[in-house]
Design a protein around this ligand. Structure first.
Ligand code: SF4
Length: 311
């Protein structure tokens, strides 16, 4: 439920809050690093008790040394954070700890006034905009059938005019889908009116939900960067590895299971976590045998990911 602080390419050291049950989302993106959606929904609802989440954050913060304090407490669940009807209340309570709050959202529910109001309380918001073309959007983001791209884009635009915190966008480039010049120009044209502090361009760097999904190549990424920059956007690439500096609670099992539930870990990061906790190769083997963790290869790297289905 609470993990890290983990190194974040955008936020420095981020204490993650995972407040949505596994894979409950309004999208089922082809590149999702958490696997295929279990529940695609757009109805907001309460999931976990607010008091329980706040208590977990408090406990985690109490265990950290001052130098380990996070730069942000970040809602980065393995689903869509705005589906939680208590999000606004949670943000208010978390801010009492004295840390800025960040939210990574797909932005698909911003047409609900309650979502807009909740997000206004956050200090940093990253909104996903992978395509402005409905056909490509459906192929990449695989949305709930009640969602409409035009409405989403309009709501994002309206929100950006009212929001006073740090707003950034993130665009994931997928080979054969949104990795062409015409897509880049359309995206750049839309995103420039949002005026984000940064327009991040990303590629999947972890194993995707659908094995026929591949990252755009270097040439396309460069073309996207040029198209974004030429129109005046402050573009930045998110294509590198974030490093192995994960903070350990001392319990290898607890850290590995909580981090991998939202964030597949490279073998090197798992080894480092092991040396900074009570972990061992035997313990890792045991977690694999018990079908809690799975080892997979992707792009020449070994990863450990959380298993939820026992298959
Ligand atoms: S990438 Fe994000 S928005 Fe897309 S399915 Fe996964 S959790 Fe949902």
């Amino acid at each position: 439920m609470v993990f890290g602080p983990v190194p974040s390419r955008r936020l420095g050291r981020s204490l993650g809050v995972n407040h949505i049950p596994h894979k409950v989302c309004s999208y089922s993106c082809s590149y999702c690093q958490i696997g295929k959606a279990i529940e695609i929904q757009i109805q907001r609802q309460p999931f976990f008790s607010t008091e329980f989440i706040i208590l977990q954050i408090k406990k985690r913060l109490n265990k950290l040394l001052a130098q380990e304090y996070p730069n942000y407490i970040t809602f980065v669940p393995d689903g869509e954070p705005t589906l939680d009807i208590n999000l606004g209340l949670l943000i208010k309570k978390i801010k009492q700890f004295g840390f800025p709050v960040a939210i990574i959202t797909n932005g698909s529910l911003l047409h609900f006034n309650s979502v807009k109001d909740d997000l206004m309380g956050a200090d940093y918001i990253s909104i996903k905009i992978d395509s402005v073309n409905p056909t490509v959007w459906r192929q990449i983001n695989r949305p709930h059938k009640g969602l409409n791209l035009e409405q989403i884009l309009r709501s994002i635009m309206e929100f950006s005019k009212d929001y006073t915190g740090t707003l950034v966008t993130e665009t994931m480039l997928i080979k054969g889908k949104n990795d062409n010049v015409s897509a880049f120009l359309q995206l750049a044209d839309f995103i420039k009116d949002i005026n984000p502090q940064k327009a991040y361009i990303a590629i999947p760097t972890r194993p995707p939900a659908f094995s026929n999904t591949f990252p755009a190549d270097e040439q396309s990424v460069t073309q996207a960067y040029n198209a974004f920059s030429r129109i005046g956007l402050s573009a930045e690439l998110l294509i590198g590895y974030e490093g192995n500096a994960f903070t350990s609670t001392g319990s290898f099992r607890e850290d590995l299971l909580s981090i991998t539930s939202v964030h597949p870990l490279r073998a090197g990061a798992v080894n480092e976590l092991m040396t900074r906790s009570d972990g061992s190769a035997e313990m890792l083997k045991m977690l694999i045998c018990k079908k809690l963790i799975k080892q997979i290869s992707y792009n020449g790297e070994e990863y450990y990911v959380r298993r939820f289905t026992g298959v």
